[in-house]
Design a protein around this ligand. Structure first.
Ligand code: SF4
Length: 601
């Protein structure tokens, strides 16, 4: 479905069947659409950028945690490829409408809600919704379009082009960390509503349903399932503290003295509800009351980055900041890394011209700053709306910014985790853990090694996790409770009639990774291995607390690890896929473009 917001026109388009085979769907399809149809050098916040909402062949079907939607665009935060996945009924409704991707081009002059019903599109004025927070927006749209309509929206952060604005659904479901919500805001697109009228057309529905039922039963029977249902990802706080990877004080430390006040057991004592994405039988959204008595949905990443990383040891306070971010429609993780940068930068004297004097743990100051960021209402708020990576380019203090390629590091300190540092540094969207969560393996396997086997493990996980972005379904049944990966080729076969082995899917993942890297090279106008380096703090400033005090990354050894990574991927010493690799992956079509920017090996 192609929706031109400038002209308020739409059409349905059939894309080449070969693309479905090459990329499977979701992220892979989005990357190919951006390569083909986004003008080279597009302004991420200009009408020429494309906003893509895509599902994959397993999204929205009854099955293991399938209620996910991929959102992608050129990122205003990083200037490269950006994406995220959102848990939402929209994935189900898009399948019922027979739409694999919606491409939004152009920009509306007035705020608009795009409503897709079956395969028809209408453009509804959204002046009455513009300025409203995400919860109120969705509540009003649900009254109009029904409880189970597929709805995603932005909040004031997206409207005000905050560089880490996300797209929100169902109150706590958020995706698109690299500012995909700001892209939506730049198009004056307040919300999208989808209602399908049919049902997804499957190759062998009976076998699909039987295989999906087996997977769902397996999830509930896994030994880790009962504890997962109690704590979800919040159990990670205690584990991260034990292993010295819990980010504290802008990633200056890997342990936090007050961790007990924000851990999974504290959360359990406050929990009033459990929520999650549609079609999920292991829902992980743990709801507590925040310090003002309003519901807030927590997980490990937002609690670590808005808690220990800001020096806050009370879960109700963390829940409050988290809830504000969800309502404003901004990324909780980047809010955490931006506020923590602001504290350290102010203490180091970089923010004198902005009147900032910030202290760790100052919830009141962080609350005010969050409001100033979302409205860009003060000099400091406007600065921080650029995220730490953009703010430090104006104010100084980039050595304190915990980001890769502009995107804030998610919640794992890597002073003593070179493999996880490599995962962050080579992730296709910037420093996000969703592409390779090697840390749990790493702390058990030769933690301080920079060897080839570690680079190989990072790639293996990037392949598997990358495929979940393309399926598009949630990876957590496999990651967290150990659902067998053997289900997925079967589910794909029964859904589509195409037989893939996991080796075939690894090739799809490699193709998608290489295509995304090509997009980065094209949009950056060249490439250097500096883009694949983790934050400098992990090399220069050792941990001072905990059992690993004194630990830091070794610069030369990290470079060797990166060399191993490039070699195993078939990329050159600067991190660009070689001609042979591009040819092997069926990506010859990118070669003429890449030759304009780099010397291909
Ligand atoms: S496990 Fe959590 S993130 Fe994954 S689909 Fe279920 S509720 Fe959503």
């Amino acid at each position: 479905m192609w929706v031109d917001l400038s002209r308020q026109e739409w059409k349905t388009v059939k894309y080449p069947a070969e693309w479905a085979l090459m990329y499977v769907g979701g992220r892979g399809l989005a990357a190919r659409l951006l390569w083909e149809y986004m003008p080279v050098g597009a302004d991420p916040l200009g009408p020429e950028n494309l906003l893509i909402m895509a599902v994959g062949p397993l999204s929205g079907l009854p099955g293991p945690s399938t209620g996910k939607l991929q959102v992608a665009a050129k990122s205003p935060l990083t200037g490269g490829y950006g994406d995220g996945n959102v848990g939402t009924y929209m994935s189900i409704e898009m399948r019922k409408a027979g739409i694999d991707a919606i491409v939004f081009s152009g920009a509306s002059r007035q705020p608009v809600t795009v409503v897709v019903e079956g395969n028809r599109v209408s453009f509804e004025p959204a002046d009455d919704l513009w300025g409203l927070d995400t919860w109120t927006t969705e509540e009003r749209l649900r009254k109009r379009y029904g409880r189970f309509a597929g709805i995603v929206e932005i909040g004031p952060a997206g409207e005000n082009l905050v560089k880490f604005a996300t797209i929100i659904s169902q109150e706590g479901r958020s995706g698109g960390r690299p500012g995909i919500g700001a892209v939506m805001g730049s198009k004056k697109l307040k919300a999208v509503v989808v209602r399908g009228s049919s049902k997804a057309d499957l190759y062998d529905e009976r076998s699909y349903n039987s295989q999906a039922a087996k997977a769902l039963v397996e999830i509930k029977g896994r030994p880790g399932y009962p504890f997962w249902m109690r704590q979800g990802t919040m159990a990670t706080i205690d584990w991260a503290q034990e292993t010295s990877v819990l980010p504290a004080y802008n990633f200056n430390e890997g342990v936090f003295d007050e961790f007990k006040g924000i851990d999974g057991f504290t959360m359990e004592s406050m929990k009033i509800e459990q929520r999650g994405c549609p079609n999920c039988n292991m829902q992980c959204g743990n709801v507590v009351l925040d310090s003002t008595g309003v519901k807030s949905e927590l997980d490990y990443e937002n609690v670590a980055l808005l808690g220990s990383n800001l020096g806050i040891g009370k879960l109700a306070d963390v829940a409050f900041l988290n809830r504000l971010a969800d309502q404003f429609g901004m990324d909780t993780e980047s809010l955490g890394t931006t506020l923590s940068w602001a504290v350290e930068a102010s203490q180091e004297g970089f923010l004198k011209g902005y009147g900032a004097s910030l202290e760790w743990g100052d919830v009141k100051a962080f609350t005010e700053l969050t409001k100033e960021i979302v409205n860009r209402s003060t000099l400091l708020g406007d600065l921080l709306a650029e995220a730490s990576s953009g703010a430090c380019r104006r104010a100084g203090g980039c050595e304190l910014s915990m980001d890769v390629k502009g995107l804030g590091v998610s919640a794992y300190d890597c002073h003593a985790a070179p493999g996880m540092a490599l995962s962050f540094a080579t992730s296709p969207i910037g420093a996000h853990h969703k592409d390779a969560w090697v840390i749990s393996w790493e702390v058990q396997h030769d933690r301080f090694s920079y060897g080839r086997e570690k680079a190989a493990k990072v790639i293996e996980l990037q392949r598997i996790r990358g495929m979940f972005e393309s399926f598009t379904t949630c990876r957590l049944p496999w990651v967290e409770v150990g659902l067998s990966l053997d289900h997925y080729p079967l589910l794909l076969y029964y859904a589509t009639g195409v037989k893939y082995t996991w080796d075939d899917l690894y090739a799809v993942a490699d193709r998608t990774y290489a295509l995304i890297r090509a997009l980065w090279v094209r949009e950056k106008g060249g490439w250097s291995r500096d883009y694949d380096m983790p934050p400098v703090k992990w090399f220069k400033k050792p941990l001072t607390k905990g059992p690993l005090a004194g630990a830091k990354l070794d610069y030369d050894k990290y470079n060797q690890l990166l060399d191993h990574y490039y070699e195993l991927r078939g990329w050159d010493r600067n991190g660009v896929p070689t001609r042979d690799t591009l040819h092997r992956l069926g990506l010859d079509f990118v070669i003429p473009t890449l030759e304009k920017y780099v010397k291909l090996s």
